[in-house]
Design a protein around this ligand. Structure first.
Ligand code: URA
Length: 237
């Protein structure tokens, strides 16, 4: 038996504190009865619903990590570099959804759900990923438009993208550009900027589908809520 709020957070519904709020606000039913007290204990044999949705203790885990630079998107590394999975405290065998380069920071999903991983990383998944790139030189409007319309990388045109110039540092001859792409080709962002003649100096992924890095500091992570997992499944339907 386990306290209801602990059970809810273990199921990925929300944090322990948010789960307490859900209980106090009468959103949680145990075996068909609304439970408003925080002391109630439940087990896997109980049927628990939050906002009308059944909650299961998941064997699937979903994490959103603010990946630091100098970490590798892999489950092990023969060069002894820190792997992203080492940053997450779990007994489950989780793996990253797609890849970020060793020197790229930002939003990375990790899970043991192979099904959603395949859908999200499939080229037809069309998942929007937004990167903030600090690049050498001053990026022009024409160059932004080239990035948006598509350029040829390895003989294949990149799909339509969105490129926004966020800041220009004239003194140091640097630009900051937000680039949203739906593909996930190897080193794609760096290669796209290389193509227009601007070396990427720093790269950070700031969003993935509807998920952002809100409230996370570098190296921190959180579990996705059930709602977010459902939204992700809907996103790639
Ligand atoms: N594009 C890159 O060039 N590197 C990354 O890490 C992600 C996208």
């Amino acid at each position: 038996m386990e306290r209801l709020q602990k059970y809810l957070s273990a199921c990925g519904v929300a944090s322990r504190r948010k789960s307490e709020e859900l209980i106090l606000n009468g959103k949680v039913k145990v075996n068909g009865v609304i439970v408003c007290e925080l002391g109630s204990k439940v087990s896997d044999s109980d049927t628990i619903m939050v906002d009308g949705l059944i909650v299961n203790r998941q064997d699937k885990e979903y994490y959103l990590l603010y990946k630091p630079e100098k970490t590798i998107c892999s489950v092990s590394d023969d060069k002894g570099r820190v792997c992203v999975v080492d940053l997450i405290d779990t007994k489950e065998k989780i793996f990253p959804v797609g890849r970020l380069d060793y020197d790229t920071s930002g939003l990375l999903l990790l899970t043991n759900d192979g099904n959603i991983t395949n859908k999200l990383t499939h080229p037809k998944g069309n998942v929007e990923k937004t990167y903030l790139a600090k690049v050498d030189g001053i990026v022009t409007k024409d160059e932004l438009s080239m990035l948006e319309k598509g350029i040829i990388l390895d003989g294949v045109k990149t799909k339509r993208a969105l490129a926004k110039l966020k800041k220009v540092d004239k003194k140091n001859n640097k630009s900051y550009v937000e680039l949203t792409i739906t593909e996930g080709r190897n080193h794609q962002v760096k290669n796209m900027f290389n193509f227009i003649g601007h070396k990427v100096l720093k790269l950070k992924r700031i969003s993935y589908a509807f998920l952002t890095l809100d409230n996370l500091s570098i190296g921190e992570y959180r579990r996705l809520t059930i709602k977010e997992v459902k939204q992700l499944y809907n996103y790639v339907k």
